[in-house]
Structure formats: C-alpha cells, structure tokens
Design a protein around this ligand. Structure first.
Ligand SMILES: C=C(O[C@@H]1C=C(C(=O)O)C=C[C@H]1O)C(=O)O
Length: 413
C-alpha cells in the first residue's frame, strides 16, 4: 500500500524487502548522497522528495519535529506509510544536520527519494514517488589537493588555546572545546561518494555520514533510539596511536591514568547523565571509561544505555543533549560564549547533531566530528579538542592534527 507524504505535495511511499545489496555505499548513483553507515550496516539515500532549511534559534528542534509531523503524520500505522518491513529505519526517513550553534543558519532536513538499508541480516528499499530512480554515474577522482589555513593559523590557534586555559584557571569555567578549520582545494569537483568509500573502509567502527555536503566518519554516537531503548557513546580524552602495539598500550595506559583526561571525560559524562536522567525511567552510565582504539587516535569512551520514560522521539532527545560537554564544555552556556568569542569561525554543522529519524521517532544521531563541508572543489575541514586549565597548546594542536587525518585521508586516499 502507498499513501501521501506531506500535505502540499502528496507522494506515494513504498518500503519493500530486498536481497543482499552488497556494499551500501557502492549503490549510490549520484554525487550528493545521504549516508549513515557503520560496519557495513545502516542507511544510504539519494534524490530529494522533500527538503527544508530549519530556522535558527532555541526552538529549532521543536520546529523540525513539527515539520516532520506534517511530512510523515504523527506515529502513523505501518500500512499508512507503505511499510512492509516495519523496523527502525523502514518507511519514510529524514536525514538531518544541525549547526553546532543554535543561532547559526544552515540546519537542514531532507527526505530522500530512495533509501537503501541493511540491519541484522535484513535489507530493504524505500522509494517515494513514481518517477524512475537516477542512474549510476561513475566515481570521479578530485585530483591533487592543496591545503590552507581556515580562520586561524596554527600559531594563532595555539594562542587562543592558551587564553582559554587561562580563563579556566581563573575559575570562569571548567572545560571548553575549541576547534579550528583548514581549507582544502581540489583540482576537480569532489565526489562525496569517493570520500564515503574511503572513510567506511578505513574507519569501519565509526559512523560514516553524508548530509547536505557535511561528510565525515565520527566515532561519537550522540543517541540511538530503538523504541524505548536508547544508547549513547560518550568520548572525551584523546591520545595519539603509538609506533607499535607496545607503544599503543603504554599511551593508552597513560591516557587512562591522566587526571586531565579523566576530568575532561567526567565533564562529558556528567552532562549526558544530567540531560538524559529526567527523560529516562532507567539509565546506566559506567563508573569508569574504556579505551577506544581508532586508526588515528585513542579515546576514553563510555557506553551509556537507558530506557525512555515516555514517547520522546530521537530528535527530542537530541534537543535535550546538544551540545554535550564533549563538544561544548562545562558549564554549557559559558563554554558556548567562550567558543563564540575565541574560536573566530562558524562551526557550521561540525560538532552538531547529524543522523536520521523515521516516521515513528526512532533513529540514530552522531556528533559530526572528523568531518568536512564539501562544496564543489572546496572542503572546509574541522577538528578540535577539550581544553582544561592545564592544557598544553602544542599538545592540543597535535591532537587536532591527528583528528584532521581522517578527512585528509578521505580526500587524498
Ligand atoms: C572535538 C573533537 O572531538 C571531541 C573531543 C575529544 C577530546 O578532546 O579528547 C574527544 C572526542 C570528541 O568528543 C573533534 O574530533 O574535533
């Protein structure tokens, strides 16, 4: 069965099971795709059945929620959204990217015309409308990549870090996350699909994403909602990879024992606990973090699980959580003010929520880290880290450089 999507432009929606589609990312026909993939599972989409720019301001998530209700209806019956698969991510889906700063323009929601998905051995295809789907266009290499400073040079950014650390020592705040940008320019237009393929291959444990030009592979899951169950992976505290297994182990042990990094992590966990607790009937946050080893860095990581007390959608939970202290700071309001004052750049969607939501309010949203904003031949790349009172500017710069490696690899191969 198929029904109308939206009120002004009714379009038929159909979700049907399909055989194993192989590599989801290899199925993308065009260069401006939507993606959310980890370990070969997830959703990819293309085409646009509907797209909206979310107005900035404190009510932006509520606005987005209302827009979704007019598009999908409020908790519709599966038959009413043409959904024969009936699982999180089947039926119509919106991909979204929200700017880090609620006052910045550029948050978007897009309902792709086609979504291909795989989870737990099942695969399905959702289509919206009756027009034929786009045909495949070959992948394009971007050619040579050159890099330039974004808003601040490395040296200027180190000064900014030093100023932030001083303000923390003076007692104005406890933690602030500062980032910088680099501008990459390619010889030819950048084919986002090529970046996605490289990211997913090199960083299978991360969420490889693409929404409206924002592309990356983030290790940080802000929130997953599956019915009443929620999950989050909180990261804060970072060290580089070692020169070999023994060095990795030694660096990991030093990170685990570092009071600066443990304090930084505790700020992030506390902010997540504080925002999730009122929404949950049960919430489990580990007493101690674990080590997450990625190809470029190691992080302190805490896996948080809980059960929602009422019918909050994944976007309601995103609204409550963003920005966590992993990307903002502690206390949140002061940290946001310090970021606005010191960073000297617009973060756009970097460190903002990115992900998808279905018609039943289930979905997965990450924090858009290890990412870049792709526009034609240009890419703005972003990376940063948590600054504490005893932060060493040179070490923070080195940490940001290690994080930039993700997108540099995506561009250069
Ligand atoms: C800010 C970034 O990452 C965040 C900061 C971290 C840290 O300072 O240790 C670790 C993981 C992320 O929560 C980034 O990747 O740009």
């Amino acid at each position: 069965m198929s029904v109308a999507l939206g009120t002004t432009r009714p379009l038929p929606v159909r979700t049907t099971p399909v055989g194993d589609p192989g590599d989801l990312l290899a199925s993308l026909p065009r260069t401006a795709p939507y993606a959310w993939v980890r370990n070969g599972e997830g959703l990819v989409g293309w085409g646009e059945a509907a797209r909206v720019t979310v107005p900035p301001g404190p009510g932006r998530f509520a606005w987005a929620r209302r827009w979704l209700a007019t598009m999908f209806g409020d908790a519709p019956a599966y038959d009413d959204v043409g959904d024969a698969v009936r699982t999180p991510g089947s039926g119509p889906v919106a991909f979204g990217s929200f700017t880090f700063d609620e006052d910045a323009a550029g948050s978007v929601l897009v309902v792709p015309r086609a979504v291909l998905a795989r989870r737990d051995g099942r695969a399905w295809l959702t289509t919206i409308g009756d027009a034929p789907l786009e045909s495949f266009s070959p992948l394009r290499e971007p050619g040579r990549i050159t890099y330039g400073d974004g808003s601040l040079s490395a040296l200027q950014w180190e000064h900014v870090v030093a100023r932030a650390a001083r303000r923390i020592r003076d007692g104005e705040l406890e933690k602030v996350v500062l980032a910088r940008d680099l501008v990459a320019t390619a010889e030819r237009p950048i084919d986002v699909r090529l970046l996605l393929n490289r990211l997913a291959r090199r960083y299978p444990e991360c969420y490889t994403f693409s929404v409206a030009g924002l592309v990356g592979a983030t290790p940080e899951l802000l929130i997953r909602r599956t019915g009443q169950e929620i999950e989050s992976l909180v990261l804060a505290g970072t060290t580089a990879r070692g020169t070999g297994p023994a060095d990795d182990l030694a660096r990991g042990a030093a990170l685990f024992a570092s009071p600066k990094d443990r304090h930084e992590h505790e700020c992030a966990i506390a902010s997540v606990r504080q925002t999730l607790a009122p929404l949950c009937s049960s919430l489990d946050t580990p007493d101690e973090p674990e080590l997450l080893m990625l190809p470029n860095v190691q992080h302190l990581a805490s896996h948080v699980t809980g059960r929602l007390a009422d019918g909050a959608s994944v976007l309601d939970v995103v609204a409550a959580m963003h920005p966590t202290a992993a990307v903002g700071g502690t206390p949140t309001r002061t940290a946001i003010q310090v970021i606005r004052e010191l960073e000297g750049m617009d973060r756009a969607g970097y460190a903002g929520p990115v992900g998808w939501i279905d018609a039943h309010g289930d979905g997965e949203w990450g924090i858009a880290l290890r990412s870049g904003l792709i526009q034609g031949r240009r890419a703005r790349l972003f990376a940063g880290g948590g600054i504490m009172g005893d932060s060493d500017p040179a070490a923070e710069l080195a940490e940001a450089q290690a994080k930039f490696r993700v997108m540099r690899y995506a561009l250069e191969g």
